[in-house]
Design a protein. Structure first.
Length: 241
């Protein structure tokens, strides 16, 4: 696997907010969203904290050695109790073949939480036996800057719904009630038991949608899908990763 970094922190988004997680961030992505603030470019090395949550970093060569990575995660879990292992990116499923070899090794140490843009159903299908939770995004055209890939999202959500813990949409001050309602209708149609999370885009460390506009968007979503929640990003407020 080609990695960016391994670190230990608190989940800052969605329904598992506040859970201590061991994050494995993979490089590469199949999308290029307008609001993306993540460095997912492939690199010659990846870094890991010197201890879980530590200030120091060590560099290792890419591709990561699966046995070494598994051993590192086992060591970290003995040092600090984590709720789960968050696979994040970039888009982790771009490296589906490598994950198919590594996840069987690591899922016995920690349950796996997949953060994904929800557009690559084929690699997901093979990996589902090793994944405990799926957190899937819906990319709204108004915020993402590209047309929403509804067909790919539908195939993905149908596959992942037995393990889906949430569908998440990023909203910003330009997001319309119609866009949010369409996403909510979509979730209710394909996975009525799965919560929809409206996540205001963070700008300068603060949620960019607040007050009445935020309540209006939540109301538009809840009319279509009652389990529509607003959860802002927590990690910028706590100055953590
Ligand atoms: S899917 Fe995520 S990582 Fe990829 S471009 Fe969009 S926001 Fe960035």
């Amino acid at each position: 696997m080609r990695l960016k970094e391994v670190f230990s922190s608190l989940q800052g988004e969605g329904v598992l907010i506040g859970c201590r997680q061991l994050f494995v961030r993979l490089s590469q992505c199949n999308l290029s969203c307008a609001y993306c603030d993540t460095d997912y470019a492939d690199s010659a090395t990846w870094s890991a904290e010197d201890e879980p949550g530590g200030a120091g970093r060590r560099e290792y060569p890419n591709p990561a050695d699966p046995a070494f990575l598994t051993e590192l995660i086992g060591r970290w879990q003995s040092h600090t109790r984590h709720h789960s292992l968050a696979l994040t990116g970039g888009e982790p499923l771009v490296q589906g073949a490598a994950l198919a070899e590594w996840l069987p090794l690591v899922c016995g140490i920690l349950p796996v939480y997949l953060e994904t843009n929800g557009t690559l159903p084929e690699p997901l299908e093979r990996l589902l036996p090793y994944i405990s939770w799926v957190s899937m995004d819906i990319k709204l055209a108004g915020t993402g800057g590209v047309p929403t890939p509804w067909d790919a999202h539908a195939a993905f959500l149908i596959l992942s719904r037995p393990k889906a813990c949430q569908v998440k949409v990023v909203i910003d001050p330009q997001t319309t009630a119609d866009e949010v309602a369409e996403a909510a209708r979509f979730v209710h149609h394909h996975a009525p038991q799965v919560p929809l999370i409206l996540q205001p885009k963070t700008v300068a460390g603060r949620p960019s949608v607040t007050g009445r506009p935020l309540l209006s968007l939540q109301s538009a979503a809840a009319c279509e899908h009652p389990a529509s929640l607003v959860i802002p990003q927590m990690h910028p407020l706590l100055s953590i990763r």
